[in-house]
Design a protein around this ligand. Sequence first.
Ligand SMILES: [Zn+2]
Length: 842
Amino acid sequence: MRISLDVRVPTPAIWIHAAALAIRAVTVNGEKAEVMQGGNDLVGIRVPRALPAGAATVVIDYSGAITADGDRGLLSLEESGHRYAFAAMEPIDARRIFPCFDEPSFKAPWKIRLEVKRDDMALSNAPAISEAISGDHKVVQFAETKPLPSYLVALAVGPFDAVDAGIAGKNRVPVRILVPRGRGAEARFAKEVTGPLLNRIEAYLDMPYPYEKLDFVNVPHFGGAMESPGLVTFAQKFLLSRPDEETGQFQRNYATIAAHELAHHWFGDLVTMAWWNDLWLNEAFAPWMADRIVDAWKPEWHQDAQHAAERVNSMAADDVAGGRRLRQPIESKDDMADVWGEAMYGKGATVLDMFEQWVGDAFRQGLRRYLATYAHGNATAEQFLETALRDAPPATVQAFASFLNQPGVPQVEVSLRCEAGRPPALELTQSGKAGKTDAMWQIPVCARYPGKHNEATSCTLLAARQGQLVLDDAATCPAWVNANSDARGYYRVRYLGNLFEKLLATPQALTRAERVALLGDLGAQARSGASSYADVLAAASKLADDPSFHVAASTIDWVVQMPDAQLLSEVHRPNYARFVRDTYGARAKRLGFAPRAGEAEDDALLRPKVLLFVADSGEDPALRAEAKAMAERWLKGQGTIPPALVQTVLFIAGRSGDRAMLDLMRNAAHARGASNRKDRNVILRAMGQFRQPDTLRAALASILTDDFDVRESIAIFSGTQKTAATRQVAFDFVKEHYDALMARLPKDDSTFDLAAQMPELVGASFCDAAHATDVETFFRERSARHAGGARGLARAVDAVNACATYRALQAPNVAAFLTAIKDGSGRKTTDGQANRSASSPR
Ligand SMILES: [Zn+2]
């Protein structure tokens, strides 16, 4: 490895990142240098005489390992009998592959040369410029890259098939999808849409794609996607689908993730954060841009409603006691390990959306200026604010900073004042906590209401505790007001008076996103104790028949939480099941397990969710029996399941299934899963769904055998967290087999350590103080051994305690609600509930 340095001040030594590399010799400007060990992450290079300022060349002779069972660094992975090699470098694993200055501000051009087997394809960020064959090997030289930080360098080697996806962008860049050998047909959708998505981002930003080629490559054993410029890595389930199994959900997932990774080529790759504390400059912009691009491309997908649903989750993640800011100091590996959380992506994207609405078209102009100013370099939050918000309304920078520099979700209390002789106005009061302390934000608040001619939107900046929003286009006191227009604001609304009931009475006046947010805000108020869960249930049942998939699905998310959070006691379970059947059963039955040609896409998307919900939570015997029969035939290879329903059918079969069903699943995961990663993964997750303790224990035991790769079988745990009893089985299993389990997990000692995630995987869903203590006691010392482990444990314990509080607050309300529906139809009584609560403020 040869590094050209520009030495700024004379120095006797150079410190460089290297982890688990064997360094044999180093020269500096041709002179032999001494190597000093600097712990696990650094080596020092000492030169005989102090190195003067100016140009210097360091040559390092070293070797490193390629791992077959790890997750980070240089990986050797098998797929259908072929070997592939990949690099996983973000955030700090490039140092496991080559010595480097492994920090984002060290952007440099890279010249990469790979020696590989003659028949393999070798890929990196830049195009190959030469290939020299020698025997059964070849040496591939790649063109020099644009300046890149180490974490964005990419390598992939193997017998790929390359699918030509055409030419895209103003610079006519070739686009390809690289797939495991023989699977080109599965890239159909990626081939069709990747170029057009890139064109749309270019047009929005008015700046050509900044690199010379674009390859998307599938990495087996990988859960997400990574935006290394020119060579983006992708999980199989997101990139590939057999054409006859290509569901609407697959298409949405692919397009959203592809747009996210493409957006990173500007936000992250072209302009890189100067340090990891500004990761939001990458991870807020990519999902924000993806939503914008996908929404404009496929308005019928209602990406804004999808975003509103994700916003509910990120707000919940941002609400916790130890919440992290968007801009968070990063000083250790522990800090690094928990920065890629839900609060980062969803909060970041919503905050950008809110300020885009507030600033108007100058926002887009500002982004273009920011990208042009810092192209191929680095930027900080201050530089972004100063460059991008230069033409924004006064106080925008301070307002933006109030969302960057403190965690938490503001709540805005809203009441409507209509007085003769004055335009109607909303009285606004903000409250909220940043972590454990009270906090203030400067919030752009936009409200939508019936105006003089059409629907109108009015906005104000709520910069103090209290403020007022004049509805200047209202002719009279408006029939309804939605105080978070299009759900684009990062704040929750608490409606006073009868404003909430007016919205619930005319839900079709609201957009899909607004309906999702309305329910989300109400649910959050139940969590904090500001409203009754009975009100959430009443609102959910009122919106349950909503034709929109996103709205109906979000009602299910709230109802399904009851048993998850143990708000439901066993005596009320029959009534709960009846409530679920009464509210959702007819729709589930009408949709059935067989998709119909020409049906509404909302129906197709809702089908898997509502069937699982009514069969499981609703305990519907007919749906269970049908799913069981389908699962048996499918697992034996004797029948098909509609592609969108495979997971639903297997989950129902698991949750109501016995040992015989588990054996069928395990055999099928071996037999058909051997060549089909997608089937294998869904079966493994279904194996975690069993409710019979002995059967579940038998399923978990698979994690400790060589039957499956532990990087896949660890997913069995995810299904165990739905009930108190199965949580206990999983936690007991981990306690009993902890050392054996640890011995099987990848030993990367890295940022995304599976071992560090164990407390959250099997401990965070409990809902009582005794378990908080139990989880803390068991994991305290064990988790501390892994980067990010102590933080993960603290989060798990916080979550358990928060759930216990929630349960104490709301279990009585749930009991009262379910008792009231004992003798009648749930539907009828829930309407009664909605009326009853009409007089109480929320
Ligand atoms: Zn990203």
